[in-house]
Structure formats: structure tokens, C-alpha cells
Design a protein around this ligand. Sequence first.
Ligand code: MF3
Ligand code: CO
Length: 286
Amino acid sequence: MKFFKQKERLSPEESEKREAIFSKIKEYRAKGCRVPAHKLIKTEGQIAGIRRSAEVNTGVLDLVASRICAGMTTEEIDRLVYDYTVGHGAVPAPLHYEGFPKSVCTSVNEEVCHGIPSPKVVLREGDIVNVDVSTILDGYYSDASRMFMIGKVSEEKRRLVECARKCLELGFKAARPWGFLGDIGAAVQEYAEGQGYSVVREFGGHGVGLEFHENPFVSHVGRRGTDMLLVPGMVFTIEPMINMGTRKIYIDAANNWTVLTDDGKPSAQWEYTVLITETGAEIITG
Ligand code: MF3
Ligand code: CO
């Protein structure tokens, strides 16, 4: 359901700051840069709303972290996510999103993303699983995911999970005001490929906050100084999907959601929602 938020009244200070940002954006646009639409620059009020949503989202991930273990089904993870989210006055964003049937994405081993929780999927020692949690609170969206290693996992899977985590950290470190989205993609791509892994291209990060998926598309490959200008007040996810083998993927024809690696080798992903500030960037999810 869409509803219209009342137009906010901004303080004179905030209005002045926004105007300064908008005029700087105009200069970059005149130079031929791809720049964000003004609506992608969140107000302080909107940022506060997104932070509250992210608090619930982090609570969900912490709960999953404390409970996940061998023998558990991904359906049970879905239950935990649903109950905690609703218990905190929020709504799981994936539920019924474009027909998605569950409250969370659980992607095991060779599943890249958009795995659907099921009573038939039992987590086993040696599995790696991404749990991707997205929350709507008071109309504000947040989105983050973590990898979990079930019991003792192989050294090669552990290295992949650590690489994906490092890719997220490096992508985040590359995010700064008046830099470019391509700085993030380049940082992730260089590290992942340098480690002998591949980076998924068809799916990426995205603007988030007032909707689940907003502009821009955040690529995890790229060249520095290219793609969209980064501006204070932008909120988007960084969520690199790193494959052990080929970067080629396909979508499971049985459910039209689950993305799998073409060669059946494992894939790993970590995700933050990030805010571009006046001085750098901030992780607003846990
Ligand atoms: N949480 C995913 C993301 O990071 C989106 C999943 S869409 C869903 O963008 F419908 F599968 F939930
Ligand atoms: Co996301």
C-alpha cells in the first residue's frame, strides 16, 4: 500500500544546507556527471525514520545469529524473522513484495540470493547461508544481510565468506560525499578478482529508505570516478555477491526467484544500508 507522507517543514538551517547541496549538484550536472535526483537526498526527518527501521532490522539479524544452527530449517528462520519484526511494530519488506512468499531471503551454498525459506531446507554442518533481512517501520525501509557458517565449514568456503565481508568493508570505505558510485564498484571488484573470485553483475545494491528499491543501482564492479555522484543524504545498500567460480548465474525456473551459480559452486554476500554524510559515510544497519 502506498500512502503519501505529509510534506515536511524543514528548519531554515536544514533548508539552507539542502539548497547548498542542490547548487553543488547542479555544477556537477553541468560538467556532464550523472547526478542523483533531489528526492534521493533524504531529509533529517527521513534519515531518523530509516534509522529506527534499521534498529529493528539489526535486532532481527542479531536474533537469527543467536539461534541459527545445524538441524534448523530455513522456514524456522522465516518464523523468527516474522515474529520479531511484527512484535516490534514493523513489517518484513520481502513478504508479498512482487509476489515473494516469505519474510526473509535465505540463500544456502550455491544460492546467490533470493532463496525462499522452506520446511524442506534443513541447514547442515558445513553449509554457508546468507540471511537477508529488510524491514518497513512507519513507512521507512532498511535492508541488511549477513553470512552464517553452520558448524565447521571447509577452508575454501570460509575464505569465500571472508572475502565477501572484506568486499563490503572496502566498498563502504570507498563511499564518500562528492565521490562516485564507480569508486565503490572498483574497490569491490579489484579485491574480489584479486583473490581469484568473481563478482555478480546482474544484481547489486540500491537506493533504499522511502521505498524498498530506489535509484541508484549500486554495481559491485566499476571504474573510479564514473557512475553517479555521491551526495550527503543519499541512502543506499552495498551488497556484493561474490562467487567462488564463474560469475554466471541463472534463476530457478521452479520458483522464478532463487538465483543460483551456473557452475554450482558457492556464493557469499554481506549487505549494509549506508548513509552518505557531509564528512564520509555511515553504516546505519548492523
Ligand atoms: N533484500 C533483497 C535486497 O537486498 C531484496 C529481496 S527482494 C525479495 O535487495 F522479494 F526477495 F525479498
Ligand atoms: Co538490498
